[in-house]
Ligand binder design. Structure first.
Ligand code: COA
Length: 136
């Protein structure tokens, strides 16, 4: 038997009902009002500053495709001379609060090294386990 020719293309709003039907195989409790083609995405950059200059930057992104909204802390860095004084935590709290306020159910971060991972663990983050996989 020959395989059917399959084409992959971006979905349009005309596909909504069929998208819903197929996704229900993965999420049986999917809400009726899912609007998959209309993904809500937002990003915000936060700065921490003292009286003279910016001393730290945080960048957060938010994604909501109608089921399981989540956020990412994309960048978080504090000037070397300003570290250890609560600036990183203040930026992290602001990014996290903004993401949760938008409706994020979970916030992810990728730590550059074990030191950064320790900073996030101290703030309550847990190492990813379970179903998460990645590719570079
Ligand atoms: C990681 C980084 C953002 C932390 O910023 P910071 O301003 O020095 O951190 P804070 O002073 O706000 O620390 C907040 C808390 O985290 C703790 N902490 C900081 N670094 C830590 C580490 N390496 N391991 C464990 N805990 C740590 C602090 O002890 C403090 O705890 P407390 O609230 O109980 O006193 C900063 O060191 C940095 O910019 N590093 C280089 C870039 C980087 O690694 N960014 C992370 C993105 S992957």
């Amino acid at each position: 038997m020959t395989e059917p020719a399959i084409t992959v293309r971006p979905a349009t709003s005309a596909d909504r009902a069929e998208v819903h039907r197929v996704l229900r195989q993965l999420h049986p409790d999917l809400p009726e009002e899912l609007t998959l083609p209309r993904v809500r995405q937002e990003a915000r950059t936060f700065v921490a500053h003292d009286q003279d200059a910016v001393v730290g930057v945080g960048v957060a992104t938010f994604v909501d495709y109608g089921y399981g909204a989540y956020g990412m802390i994309e960048e978080l860095v504090v000037d070397a001379q300003s570290r250890g004084a609560g600036v990183g935590r203040a930026l992290l709290d602001e990014c996290r609060g903004w993401l949760m306020g938008l409706g994020a159910e979970v916030v992810f971060v990728s730590a550059v090294d074990e030191g950064a991972a320790g900073f996030y663990r101290t703030a309550g983050f847990s190492d990813c386990t379970g179903p998460w996989l990645f590719v570079r």
